[in-house]
Design a protein around this ligand. Sequence first.
Ligand code: NAD
Length: 281
Amino acid sequence: MILTAKPVVEALLPGLTAQTQQFIAARRRAPHLVVILMGNDPASVIYTTRKAQAAETVGFSRETLAFDATLPREKLFSVISDLNARADVDGILVQRPLPPHLDAFEISTWIEPEKDVDCFHPDNVGRLMLGRARLVPCTPAGIFLLMNHYGLSVAGKRVAVIGRSPIVGGPLAVLCNQANATVVQIHRKTIAPAQVCKEADFVFSAAGKAGLVTTDWIKPGAVVVDVGINRNPVTGRLCGDVDFDAVRGVASAITPVPGGIGPMTIHALLENTLQAATLRA
Ligand code: NAD
């Protein structure tokens, strides 16, 4: 089974659009998302455009604030403080990667936790760890939406999460654990990663390394979710971490790249924005 995002998003969008209309009718305003773009990294420009378009599709209002990559740290702080104070702003995100003079952790602490739709603020991360999430980081949330749609549950299963970043691998492992999986995390220092991974019923790869996960890593019949977004070093085409053509012959189900977790992440951002707007109101 190829776990594509398209049917999932098509199934979820009508409900989200209807909930947005209810919000607008009750509050006499639309949920409002602000996306901050620092510089003109081509991938970031594409992602911020997609996020803005998706927000409009479901009926949100939105702004994209684009700044020169050299914008001083103090100025960005002032922009974010103003957005925190605005009653009409429900969600704020700063697109990553950031220019080198900006510290991602510091910026995550500037955004009001109630408006932190990426779920990077330490307060939101702490709540997630404690099983009391206000918002769930978009990529792990999108993965769970996709799995629910296809009737896949990690409960009681062995799960391998490749990568431990605070954006994907870290929270994904926590959420799998909370969903009653037995979780192992694989990272750069893991000894015999293929052997460890091959024990898993579910493999989530978020390493950012094209071709990392080959058939040697996959137990026959496992479910494989590929979060990686890389360029194939030979063809230059977009690809994940998993050798898709080979692994699809071993796995029972696998996500494609593109068309898998990317669109789910954007959908989860929309759900988070509506959730933030609803909780704040
Ligand atoms: P990151 O660089 O912050 O973290 C990568 C993690 O993978 C690290 O913990 C590292 O230890 C581990 N890792 C790297 N190489 C490894 C190897 N050879 N073996 C084992 N572990 C290894 O990256 P990130 O922000 O977590 O993103 C990971 C990937 O997911 C990237 O390709 C990124 O573009 C992609 N991504 C996709 C989406 C989406 O919507 N599909 C969203 C966020 C990130």
